[in-house]
Ligand binder design. Structure first.
Ligand code: OGA
Ligand code: NI
Length: 384
């Protein structure tokens, strides 16, 4: 079994585009530095490959946070909305698709899309490149480990290897992806097909994002370009996740409950594993539909819509038998741009949320215990 010392300080902000509301603890430099000195990096892939029959203690969740993976307990089979995006281009049908999107966003903050225009070969190419990347020898992947959350390319495990109290059965590589020509040279050179295959997928999701954000604007009764203009110069971060087969999936998770920080996340999954929390706080499995993509609302849309839409709280379960891959394409406003509710949606009342920027969010999670409170809840105004 490999163990690699990490010479780098993993920051608390391991998920720069996500908010995790119970895993981040107050920044304590002394503790962080101490843990780094005797720390080692052991990825979920390494553990799976070692054939251990049990997960190490650090992966074991308190009973109340464990996923109920049985057929009846905890998770509910609900039919989640599926939107045929090709119909958005039919002038006579567009308004009814926009209405369906409105209902899906209001009820779940999530929908699946089919006929989205990204060719199957591009999707298969991306999954193939990711498979090859995570199968690389540990030494090769460790070249991309970084402590600096502003690094445009980072490899890691769990959420935040050095500070997570509980670890999650996930390895990941994240990279900035827009504008592609600015970042692609920094992406992994191994496997050799990575840049081309993942680059094609990143470009295609960027185009798809524009169509989706326009339809979502319309579904809120805003100008078609309203949200698109807000996000125009924004960022796209591609989180490529790998959840290897896990010996004890009933006591661990691949990712804890969280909502994504950005405006929209477009998610590609290679098999089932994602769950979302519904308004009754029950967990719903998101079924795997071959060729489809999942669209999730993030915190920025919740604020811009003045709370008409809510960001979706989701988590990832793992399984005993096979590895699951996912691509989460996180679309977000620029770092310093202030986000506030659209005036048209506020009307004569006071806005339901204060304004904030991505940078304010980073400051918050560096200085607060997010176990108790999600960042977005700090923005809610009590008078609304
Ligand atoms: C994420 C995420 C879900 C998945 O990367 O933020 O929620 O299914 N991923 O991997
Ligand atoms: Ni997420």
């Amino acid at each position: 079994m490999y163990k690699y010392a990490m010479h780098v300080a993993y920051s608390l902000v391991s998920q720069s585009n996500n908010i995790f509301f119970f895993t981040l603890s107050k920044l304590n430099m002394e503790e962080t530095m101490k843990s780094l000195l005797d720390d080692s990096f052991e990825s979920a892939m390494t553990l799976t490959n070692s054939g251990a029959p049990q997960v190490p203690d650090r992966y074991v969740l308190p009973p109340s946070q464990r996923p109920a993976l049985g057929s009846s307990l905890g998770t509910i089979e609900t039919t989640l909305p599926i939107i045929d995006l090709s119909l958005l281009h039919e002038p006579l049908l567009r308004s009814s698709v926009v209405r369906d999107i409105n209902m899906a966003c209001k009820e779940f903050g999530l929908f699946q899309v089919i006929n989205h225009g990204i060719p199957p070969s591009v999707i298969e190419g991306a999954l193939d490149a990711a498979t090859q990347f995570f199968d690389l020898p540990v030494e090769e992947k460790m070249l991309l480990v970084s402590a600096d959350v502003h690094q445009p390319v980072r490899y890691g495990t769990s959420l935040n290897h050095s500070t997570d109290r509980v670890h999650y059965w996930r390895d990941f590589i994240k990279h900035y992806s827009y504008p592609l020509s600015k970042w692609i040279d920094m992406w992994p050179s191994n496997p050799p097909c990575y840049k081309e295959k993942v680059g094609k997928y990143a470009e295609a999701t960027h185009v798809l994002h524009k169509q989706l954000i326009e339809a979502i604007s319309e579904s809120l009764g805003l100008e078609k370009n309203y949200l698109q203009e807000q996000t125009e110069e924004g960022s796209q971060v591609m989180a490529v996740n790998c959840y290897p087969a896990c010996p004890e999936p009933e006591i661990t998770l691949g990712m804890p409950p969280h909502s994504d920080f950005g405006s929209l996340t477009i998610l590609l999954q290679s098999s089932q594993g994602l769950q979302i929390m519904d308004s009754s706080k029950d967990w719903i499995r998101v079924p795997y539909i071959e060729g489809s993509l999942i669209v999730q609302l993030g915190d920025q849309v919740e604020v811009m819509s003045n709370g008409i839409y809510k960001s979706v709280i989701h988590r990832v379960t793992v399984n005993k038998d096979y590895k699951r891959l996912s691509f989460a394409s996180l679309h977000s406003l620029p770092l310093h741009k202030k986000i506030s509710p659209a005036p048209e949606l506020v009307g004569n009342n006071a806005p339901a949320y204060g304004e904030f920027s991505f940078n304010d969010f980073l400051d918050y999670i560096s200085n607060n215990d997010c176990v108790q409170q999600r960042f977005i809840d700090t923005l809610k105004k009590s008078n609304s």
